[in-house]
Ligand binder design. Sequence first.
Ligand code: PMP
Length: 428
Amino acid sequence: MSDNQALFERAQAVIPGGVNSPVRAFRAVGGTPRFIQRGEGAYIHDAEGRRYIDYIGSWGPMILGHGHPAVIEAVTAAAREGLSFGAPTEREIELAEEILKLVPSMEQVRLVSSGTEATMSAIRLARGATARSKFIKFEGCYHGHTDALLVKAGSGLATFGHPTSAGVPAEVAQHTIVLEYNNVAQLEEAFALHGKELACVIIEPIAGNMNFVRASVPFMTRLRELCTAHGALLVLDEVMTGFRVGLASAQGLYQKLIPGFKPDISVFGKVIGGGMPLAAFGASREIMKHLAPLGGVYQAGTLSGNPVATACGLATLREIQKPGFFEALTAKTRRLVEGLAGVAKEMGVPFSVDSEGGMFGFFLMDALPQNYAAVMTTDKERFNRFFHGMLDAGVYLAPALYEAGFVSAAHSEADIAATLDAARGALR
Ligand code: PMP
């Protein structure tokens, strides 16, 4: 058995920073990343044989926990039949049918292999369908690492965004307008200035990339109205929220709150692949007809609709539709966050929490923040100490204060109780 530090050093010799996705490196919180050997149910085990209650769940996909028997059976059976064909299969139709049944705002869907690919293609589709170039995104929302989406706000509404990554030319960012989340006045101003040039607005309906911040109902209402009035498409990035906050996803929640609400394009990932590389974007037939091979918007993928990934996604989607699944997951997640808030109150630590379905957020502050700037006022040192206190006690939270947490169907009441005990110790 190797220890985590030895593996980290070995990894750093051959992989930049020792990781294949930056947040795994524990840069924000410090310390040595845990190298995971296996997962079972609600637990992951590291290279040193330590067990953790897992609240990351691969950053969202593992809604059933690790190694769910129905999923493993479906995946191994599919693998025996063939890993990839690069030709259509019936399982792709089944998965598309299943997704469309659950998301009535879409009439057709295209399967891809990552959330990044799906949002990139959704933006291209919106631009192709509207013959416009500019789009709006919101600060604190993450939509994958496409060039035009790695952009932060410029100096004012009349100026365009600046790349947040080296290697992204300023010209690529010049069509991206970055606004503050939940700021209705700024949204109205941006539409007044650029409305007729906007291909789309892309948004995380509940922003899990700034921990857990909901789009307010007035904000979402106005966003839908402005898009419709100006002929811009509303792209809902449900990569994280899709089939995670409820069976009807976040759009289902907003449909209940805003009469007639629906996105023009939706993007899914994570849960629909159940832990295998799979994501999707979809819309009405009218919009999807612009996509190759029907239309001029090009999009493709060697592994798109992969037979093993689709088997994994299908098995996962079938499990989460069983009666009572989301009721139980929602109640359990709520018990966790309310329990954490209770422990913090006992300890006199400022704390606020929110959750929806199996997704949650907590902030070491008295009130829930409404935008990225407010999230970033969190006491980072205090968060890092809390994170390491929990990790030492066998609870694996996201190693950064701007990430959401995830509960799976495999988490038990005993796991929740153990987590609250750990929190009592860590907050002390
Ligand atoms: N959109 C959202 C809302 C996400 O949370 C993520 C990933 N965390 C992505 C897009 C990108 O997905 P992927 O990492 O699969 O490329």
